[in-house]
Design a protein around this ligand. Sequence first.
Ligand SMILES: Cc1cc2nc3c(=O)[nH]c(=O)nc-3n(C[C@H](O)[C@H](O)[C@H](O)COP(=O)(O)O)c2cc1C
Length: 258
Amino acid sequence: MIRTKVTVFVGSARKKHTYNNSERFLQNLQSFGDLEYEIVQLNDYDLEICIGCKLCLDKGEELCPLKDDRDILIEKMMESDGVIFATPNYSFQVSGMMKVFLDRLGFIFHRPRFFGKTFTSIVAQGVYRGKKIVKYFNFIGSGLGFNVVKGSCITTLEPMTEKGQKKIDKIIDKHSKRFYSKLVKQEYPTPGMFKLMIFRMARSSIKQMLNENFRDYTYYMENGWFDSDYYYPVRLNPLKKMVGKFFDMVFNKIYSRP
Ligand SMILES: Cc1cc2nc3c(=O)[nH]c(=O)nc-3n(C[C@H](O)[C@H](O)[C@H](O)COP(=O)(O)O)c2cc1C
């Protein structure tokens, strides 16, 4: 039997708050059930800054001129049942290292693939605005195709007091429980109206505006997404079926070439 695997991608060069609290999160998961985990510190990998050529988007990620560890990291995500993005709050956003990593995954927002896998985030902040980063990660996880468990923001103002650390532990412990209960289900949920709309909009725009010379188009074709109800097999109720058809009609019209 293949063991459940969870991988956390840490966007801090230090082994401090982001790393240590992520480790506690993973150790909690291990205490709930039989699983293996890996902590990937992005700092240990070669990740180059995207130069914006858009070859990955238009023609295929294999044509990217940057030769770095992008594919090793994507493989780690593919091999995992659960994925966590953990970052410190730097200047009210994810760390630069985490952003470089997210940009290297840019083409996956066009061609999502992590279906059935569970995602969450941990944001360590000194004082303020980490909750916005958690919201950003919720959106990122969903865009990559994951089932998203709302992330958590921990405040790590130094010097850390015992009381402060206890508060963090409580947040991490609760969060890890929520994550675990979703992880073990490995669901392929039926989309709500918003997600259904996004899927139908994306495929209409790709179908109408691109052709077989574009990787997004061939990816959708190969996956049968031009004809399917959603990214993966789902049973839509009659209302969603009807609304889905309506979305197709509207977006096909909007994106149709003159
Ligand atoms: C360059 C830099 C910018 C930071 N900007 C913010 C910020 O905008 N808001 C905030 O609340 N904390 C900020 N912090 C504090 C860190 O988010 C906080 O110390 C965090 O716990 C660091 O995580 P680490 O221990 O894993 O490195 C900043 C820290 C650094 C080094």
